[in-house]
Ligand binder design. Sequence first.
Ligand code: HEL
Length: 351
Amino acid sequence: TSLPTPDTATVRSVQKTAVAQGAPGALTRIDEGTTSYRIVTGEADTGNHTKMDSGRRFRVGSVSKTFTAVVLMQLAAEGRVDLDAPANNYLSKSLPDDRITVRHLLSHRSGLYDYTNDMFYYTVPGFEAVRNKVFTYQDLIDLSTARPLNNAPGAAYRYSNTNFVVLGQLIENITGTPMATHYQQRIFGPLRLRSTAYVHPQTTISGSFARGYLRQDDTTLPLVDSTEQTVSWGQSAGAVISNAVDLNRFFSSLVSGKLLPAEHLKQMMTMVPVTADGSQSYGLGLRARKLSCGTTVYGHTGTVQGYYTYAFTTADGTRSMTSLANTSNNGTVNTTLGATLEATFCGDTST
Ligand SMILES: CC1(C)S[C@@H]2[C@H](NC(=O)CCCC[C@H](NC(=O)C[NH3+])C(=O)[O-])C(=O)N2[C@H]1C(=O)[O-]
């Protein structure tokens, strides 16, 4: 089914609004076959006033969860993990409830508390306390299990970073291979995602990248440059670095069957509504959004200190979009940036 032409004028005005609301810069790249649209606004680096450009790398935050889910689903397809088995079957230190299955982790239905709620309660002090820290998966899981479960396993959807930290530990336990190797050998290499990397716990971003700027809780204070950090608080839940063209190729390749057998892709894309109006849903490490024009797009969002990301594709992968704003702790900017989805996939709806 042919989509309306992307409304790049609206993408540009959305980005200008995001900049007016406090983002130093923004970029959007849309890929459709051999056609690409690149829209940029503002600055990649406010120190030397370097202009944003659409090729710049950035921290993708929870878009990392889809990469981790793909590795897990490939292991399931290889018969090395049973999605409906207790996660404890695959862990050296047990989670507090044997009823938590691997599928519960992938779909945020485990009930495991999200330790980042406490870690980042005070935004900049929380960030400064961990930006150079290196955690083990178990350190983070222990922070979570110090709190009671949010819900009985399977009883409710409740987004939690802990789920994908447990999955990273589980994958390394089963295979004896680090996540970095799985990402590279199973995804980055085969898809030629040359600007995508998992360099945890290195704090720097190589090549051409956008600097990230964290807004303080006291919004009258200046932005904090949050570019350099280990993202060890996130790891398999949030530490991938990429760029727009690579994320577009990743999501397009995923939904068009290049990474998983049909049955496993189908399970990943089987969605459960997570908003009352049903416009947003979650599958296995994958989000879906039903847009005003009736088109449903699949991908993930990301929030990591200094970076907001939207990375989505159509059900058949023919059109993909990634947008970035290089600030965070600014919900207004995050919501504004989300309007690039409607402009990209529904076109000009002003008439
Ligand atoms: C569900 C989300 C939004 S949060 C989750 C994950 N990001 C984090 O857990 C980091 C949260 C703190 C980030 C920080 N905020 C504060 O410190 C607030 N006190 C900021 O804005 O930079 C990610 O990425 N996911 C997003 C997702 O999946 O879209």
